[in-house]
Ligand binder design. Structure first.
Ligand code: BGC
Length: 658
């Protein structure tokens, strides 16, 4: 999951620089070749001029960051002063060194080697799928009676999205869903995760005002065709596209009334689709909705209410989830026999020094402020103790931020005893999204720092320069973190039923190489860690690769590609081209895991055999697009001219006759 901003809440800027790219035409690579880098010294980071509206972390991100310097960058973004820079640099050099030396050691979730590969298969019936979301892929933003969402409005504001791109047409999934289901059938998928756009079926957000039957029809047809194709629909109710009217009238998730409105919308979905849909996800990644929507403002609705907005939004989201679960439980469950879950996304946080208690606690805080913020109320009825302690008002120890800031009450809202029992136990299955890992160390923030979700945690995040980083700046490939996170969920929340609802990796827009060995490697290793977790006894029932198609990557626009299928956005028909990872994933699915070394080792080679022909097709695509444009524009124009000329000629003949 992306956690790319620094804790001052400064939005990341785009400087067109690339991280770890080769200079080749396709602009793709798996990891940094440090010997080839134009290295920058830490001093460059500390003295580089800040572009307007940015900060030094942003400058650092825009460059090819030298391995060791990444530590400096991350620490720098956590608010060090220039005066402390030199000391810090020396310290961090030692830390980087220590980390590299100790890389062979293992944290204690399991005794196994971090890097060993496990050959074996998943339990029978394990479900394999891919995912997407409405705003990222559907397009048709103002078609067939759809209302505006906060993302439609946000993306249309200048300066909010990379290159000012919008999801107006995106992959045109609204028109091409039949083609997309054919792609899924070819992959022999068991399930497809997609989201319903709330304003597509309730344009003003409210059922009492207007139900858009055309929107209902679209999702109904999609569900029917999936079922006809033997693909189970897994439906997310909220993947971030709140009806704009609800934002304008009530302030969106800042307002408690959203709980009732969301419940009405969910109830309508159960009523219309629930006879066929048995797996519901209320919210996708509420961490992102809260923090990026209401703390840093990088995402719609773009509000920067530091230190309070995110906590309030999260509070209402948790209550809204619980209300929908109760509605389903009371009204629909006995008839429809479905399950209600939520999809939480979290990184794993590993202590920098496992023998240092402060680092171990900092890493635990990292996860509790991420996953536990939502999971702990839903499984245990209240926020994690550590969040209540750190954000709260008790002032005798360090931490206790609200108290130190002279506030009478905690910035973290409080659940009443009734609310605690209402939210507890409202998860039939836990959806888990996971992409990456961070090293975590203790770092105190002075009370003068101001209100901030990030400062409340009292920690700093670091990355190992050796971690591969093919695409998004925040996404480092650290497969072993996945197994640890899964085991954490097992022990903390009583081994709930888990569906992995998102896992995948991106490459940059400029990368047009369909032979995506970095993605095959990522899937191979992450899915293998998942298999190990299943063997550890974690109750995982399914896996969803993110994502089916390249799509609109939120504030990154189309600059990052997560798809198994490449979408040629230059061509208005948005054709899809399989990347090699399609074949690779297909083999994992058909073998239900990794049967034996000989076979698994042949998969990559076989997948790569198919992608060179796809590369050729893609290379020819601008030409095809051009020819289509010619047929679409030139042919009708010539026909119209012919008709006009014939009419003129006919009139001329008539006049001569008269
Ligand atoms: C979001 C996806 C997004 C992915 C990668 C997830 O947390 O749910 O919509 O594509 O992150 O940024």
């Amino acid at each position: 999951m992306k956690q790319k901003h620094n804790e001052r809440g400064v939005q990341r800027q785009h400087f067109g620089g690339e991280k770890g790219r080769d200079g080749g035409g396709a602009r793709c690579s798996w990891s940094l070749d440090h010997s080839q880098e134009a290295w920058r010294t830490p001093q460059d980071f500390l003295t580089a001029p800040s572009p307007a509206g940015s900060d030094k972390s942003a400058v650092a991100m825009a460059t090819h960051i030298r391995a060791e310097d990444r530590f400096f960058w991350l620490v720098w973004q956590f608010g060090v002063t220039e005066a402390s820079g030199t000391m810090l640099r020396t310290g961090m050099r030692l830390l980087a060194l220590a980390l590299c030396v100790s890389a062979g050691g293992d944290f204690d979730w399991t005794k196994n080697e971090k890097t060993s590969f496990y050959y074996g298969t998943f339990p029978t019936g394990f479900s394999w799928g891919v995912g997407s979301s409405a705003y990222q892929t559907e397009g048709a933003w103002n078609t067939d009676g759809k209302g505006m969402s906060i993302w439609d409005v946000f993306a249309h504001k200048k300066g909010k999205i990379s290159s000012n791109e919008t999801g107006d047409s995106s992959c045109e999934g609204y028109y091409k869903f039949k083609d997309d289901i054919n792609l899924m059938k070819e992959m022999k998928l068991n399930h497809y995760r997609f989201s319903v756009s709330w304003p597509r079926i309730l344009p003003s957000g409210l059922r009492s005002e207007h139900v858009n039957e055309k929107g209902i029809r679209y999702y109904s047809d999609l569900i029917d065709l999936l079922l006809d194709s033997k693909i189970t629909p897994v439906v997310t109710l909220y993947h971030w596209d709140l009806p704009q009217v609800l934002q304008e009238k009530y302030g969106g998730w800042q307002n408690a009334s959203m709980v009732g409105y969301f419940n009405e919308f969910a109830n309508l979905c159960f009523e219309r689709f629930g006879n066929r849909v048995k797996h519901w996800i209320t919210f996708n990644n509420p961490w992102s909705i809260s923090v990026e929507g209401y703390e840093t403002g990088e995402h719609a609705p773009g509000l920067r209410m530091r230190g309070s907005g995110a906590y309030k939004a999260a509070h209402h989201i948790i209550k809204a989830h619980a209300k929908v679960w109760h509605t389903y439980d009371m009204k629909w469950r006995s008839k429809q026999k479905g399950l209600i879950g939520i999809s939480l996304t979290a990184d794993w946080g590993e202590p920098v020094d496992v023998s240092n208690q402060r680092d171990v606690e900092a890493a635990e805080r990292y996860i509790h402020f991420y996953l536990g913020w939502f999971a702990t109320p839903l499984f245990h009825g209240d926020y994690p103790a550590v969040m209540k302690e750190y954000i709260g008002t008790f002032t005798l120890c360090s931490g206790r931020k609200s108290g130190q800031q002279g506030l009478g009450a905690s910035r973290l809202p409080v659940f009443s005893p009734q609310e605690k029992s209402y939210v507890r136990g409202t998860v039939d299955f836990l959806g888990l999204g996971h992409y990456t890992t961070r090293y975590v160390t203790q770092k105190n923030y002075p009370s003068g720092f101001g209100d901030s979700y990030f400062a409340d945690r009292d920690l700093a995040e670091l990355v190992d320069p050796k971690w591969p980083d093919p695409g998004s700046e925040w996404l480092y490939s650290v497969p072993w973190g996945f197994r640890r996170l899964l085991n954490f969920v097992k022990t903390q929340y009583g081994n709930p039923m888990i569906y992995v609802t998102e896992n995948g990796v991106s490459e940059k827009m400029q990368c047009t190489d369909l032979c995506d060995d970095w993605r095959m490697q990522y899937f191979r290793e992450y899915i293998n860690e998942l298999l190990k977790a299943v063997r550890d006894g974690v109750n995982v029932k399914g896996y969803t690769a993110w994502s089916l198609l390249d799509g609109f990557e939120w504030d990154e626009g189309f600059s990052e590609r997560f798809g198994l299928y490449f979408v040629d956005f230059r061509n208005k028909n948005k054709p899809r081209f399989p990347k090699a990872s399609v074949q690779f994933y297909k083999r994992i699915i058909s073998s239900n895991g990794f049967p034996n070394q000989r076979e698994v080792e042949s998969w990559k080679r076989k997948a790569v055999e198919t992608c060179s022909s796809s590369n050729q097709l893609l290379a020819a695509d601008p030409l095809v697009g051009h020819m289509e444009m010619v047929t679409e524009i030139v042919v009708p124009t010539v026909c119209t001219l012919c008709i006009l000329l014939s009419a003129v000629f006919f009139m001329f003949l008539l006049r001569r006759r008269l």
